[in-house]
Design a protein around this ligand. Structure first.
Ligand code: HEM
Length: 154
C-alpha cells in the first residue's frame, strides 16, 4: 500500500527508542486502561480473570503487538516507503477489532497511551520529533488496518 512520506530521521528515532524499550516491552502499555477502563471488558482473557492486570501475560502480549507492529511499520516506511504487512494479516486484525467493538476512539486513546509510555520509558533521549515519528507510524498502521475493514467496492 502506498503511503505518505516517512523520513530516514523519523525511522531512526523510532528505532532508537524501541532499542531501549524492547529490553522490557511487557512493562509498557497498560496505561490505556487508566483512561478507558471500560476497554478492559473487550478482552476475553481479562473479563473473567482473577489475575491482576499488570501480571496478565496475554495483555502484555497485546501491548507488545502494538509496539512491535508500530515499530515495524516505521522500519518498513523508512526502507520502502510502504507498509509491507500482508493485507491478509491487516484484514484479520481489522476484523478482530471490529468484532470486539474496538472503535476509532479506542485507537486514539491507545495512541496517547503509547506516546505517553514512550516519553516515560526513555526520558533521556525523548524529543518532540521522536514522539511525532511514533505518532506518524501509528497513524499509518491504523490507516492500513482501517483500509482493510471498509473495502472499496470492486
Ligand atoms: C487482538 C493488534 C489496538 C483490543 C489483537 C491482535 C493483534 C492486535 C495482532 C490478535 C490477533 C487477532 O486476533 O487478530 C493491535 C494493534 C493495535 C491494537 C497493532 C494498534 C495499532 C487495540 C486497541 C484495543 C484492542 C486500541 C482496545 C482497547 C483488542 C482485543 C483483541 C485484540 C479486545 C482480542 C483479544 C481477545 O482474544 O479477547 N490486537 N491491537 N486492540 N485487540 Fe488489538
Amino acid at each position: 500500500m502506498e503511503v505518505r512520506g516517512f523520513t530516514d530521521e523519523q525511522g531512526a528515532l523510532v528505532a532508537k527508542s524501541w532499542n531501549v524499550m524492547k529490553k522490557n516491552p511487557g512493562e509498557h502499555g497498560l496505561k490505556i486502561f487508566d483512561v478507558a477502563p471500560a476497554a478492559q471488558n473487550m478482552f476475553s482473557f481479562i473479563k473473567d480473570s482473577q489475575i491482576p492486570l499488570d501480571q496478565n501475560p496475554k495483555l502484555k502480549a497485546h501491548a507488545v503487538f502494538v509496539f512491535v507492529m508500530t515499530c515495524e511499520t516505521a522500519a518498513q516506511l523508512r526502507k520502502t516507503g510502504k507498509i509491507t504487512v500482508e493485507d491478509r494479516h491487516l484484514e484479520q486484525i481489522g476484523a478482530t477489532h471490529l468484532k470486539k467493538g474496538v472503535t476509532g476512539e479506542h485507537f486514539e486513546v491507545a495512541k496517547s497511551a503509547l506516546l505517553e509510555t514512550i516519553k516515560e520509558a526513555v526520558p533521556e533521549i525523548w524529543s518532540q520529533d521522536m514522539e511525532n515519528a511514533w505518532a506518524e507510524a501509528y497513524d499509518q498502521l491504523l490507516a492500513a488496518i482501517n483500509s482493510q475493514i471498509i473495502k472499496p467496492p470492486s
